[in-house]
Structures are given as C-alpha cells and as structure tokens.
Ligand binder design. Structure first.
Ligand SMILES: [Zn+2]
Length: 76
C-alpha cells in the first residue's frame, strides 16, 4: 500500500499500524522527503463489499449493510 505525504506529496512509508476495530486500522506514516520529514497517522477502513464473503460474520455484514445504505445516492 502506498500513501503520499499531505504536505509535500512525496511517498510516505507506513512504519507501523494498529487495529482500532475489525473495520478500521490506524497507520503511522513517515514522509520520505528529508526536507519535509512529516510524520502522521492515517486510517484504513473497510467501507463496502464488492463480492460477499464465503464465511460471513453477521456483525460485520450488518455494519457494511448500514454503511451501504448511508452511502446510497438520494432518489430523484
Ligand atoms: Zn512530506
């Protein structure tokens, strides 16, 4: 996975990460531009299903269904 520094746009390395929940992970990042040197924390989050799981967890399925209904475009 690649992420860019929000300040200078250079590639930032993910140094470590920790789970916040089963759907979200924090990643600790460091910019590779020595003149910038920004370190920051980003989030990786599961937001929707592309293909259903063969071993679905009901709690996760419910969370993803709720997110999908929140993201659905308004009917015109
Ligand atoms: Zn930077």
């Amino acid at each position: 996975m690649k992420i860019n520094c929000p300040h200078c746009g250079a590639v930032a390395h993910i140094r470590t990460s920790r789970p916040v929940s089963r759907m979200t992970k924090e990643m600790y990042c460091q910019c590779t531009n020595v003149e910038c040197g920004h370190t920051f924390v980003g989030l990786v989050e599961v937001v929707r299903t592309l293909s259903p799981s063969g071993t679905p967890d009901p709690d996760i399925a419910q969370q993803l269904a709720a997110r999908s209904s929140q993201q659905a475009p308004a009917a015109s």
